[in-house]
Design a binder for this molecule. Structure first.
Ligand SMILES: Nc1ncnc2c1ncn2[C@@H]1O[C@H](COP(=O)(O)OP(=O)(O)OP(=O)(O)O)[C@@H](O)[C@H]1O
Ligand SMILES: [Mg+2]
Length: 236
């Protein structure tokens, strides 16, 4: 949540408004929202994104560009929040190893992915779970489509991997999908999620589409470390 988040924000905004303006937008947003990136408290990420959005509305005139810019900024802040939560959760578990598993999650289903048949199976399993949980048919299709994109990428780029489908109960009921593989990884994850990305192997819209279809989306990938995508869709 420290310098790397600040740099990622500056780089993403720099693509839209130029480097110098991007740097001052991030600095100004931090002071407007009284957020210290080194010490984020509850709600700080929302205050920071609200302040950044104000800047985007002022400085990025073109509406389509504004939307793309907002999406990139939101993605970076989501990743940062996710990392923050993950390390806090790890610390909690280490402090109290006896702690039972969260009662509001059920055992996940994991589907190994190697072939197009596995893609179809993962897709229909996700859709079946959504149907059982009472998701609308359009939400079922959205989740199933996102699963297909992630599973196809595993077949196409990693050769093999898995899709894990988890039912989230609790207050925020929904479905979590985790696609993971130990393939070659993605050289520049930020680039593939940006509007600038041009794919040599496809249309280059699979991951961006999956992000759009989900309520939350995280991509974790680096060359040599495989790829992990987690997305969530909540019941309204
Ligand atoms: N699991 C993965 N392992 C390695 N590289 C991946 C993986 N998933 C995606 N990529 C890389 O990320 C890029 C973007 O993926 P994305 O699914 O968005 O587009 P695409 O597969 O190129 O085209 P399409 O629109 O047909 O899906 C791919 O071109 C590929 O280079
Ligand atoms: Mg793809």
């Amino acid at each position: 949540l420290t310098d790397s988040t600040r740099l990622a924000l500056e780089r993403a905004l720099g693509g839209f408004v130029g480097e110098i303006l991007a740097r001052s937008m991030v600095a100004l947003s931090l002071s407007w929202s009284h957020v210290d990136l080194d010490d984020l408290g509850p709600g700080d990420d929302k205050r920071l994104s609200a302040a950044l959005l104000k800047g985007i509305r002022v400085y990025v005139n073109d509406v389509a560009q504004q939307r793309a810019c907002v999406r990139e900024v939101e993605f970076i802040l989501l990743c940062a929040a996710r990392d923050h939560l993950r390390s806090a959760a790890c610390e909690e578990l280490a402090a109290d190893p006896e702690q039972p598993d969260a009662a509001d999650e059920e055992a996940p289903v994991t589907i190994p992915i190697r072939t197009e048949d596995d893609v179809v199976l993962a897709r229909s399993s996700g859709r079946d779970l959504c149907r059982t949980m009472g998701f609308s048919s359009s939400a079922q299709v959205k989740l199933a489509t996102a699963i297909s994109e992630l599973a196809r990428n595993i077949v196409q780029y990693a050769g093999e991997g898995s899709i894990r489908i988890l039912r989230l109960n609790g207050i925020h009921a929904g479905v979590e999908i985790e696609a993971s593989d130990e393939g070659p990884g993605i050289l520049d994850p930020e680039l593939v999620m940006s509007t600038q990305y041009r794919s040599r192997t496809g249309m280059g819209i699979g991951l961006k589409g999956a992000r759009r279809l989900a309520d939350e989306f995280w991509l974790d990938s680096a060359p040599g470390s495989g790829t992990r995508v987690v997305l969530r869709k909540y019941l309204d």
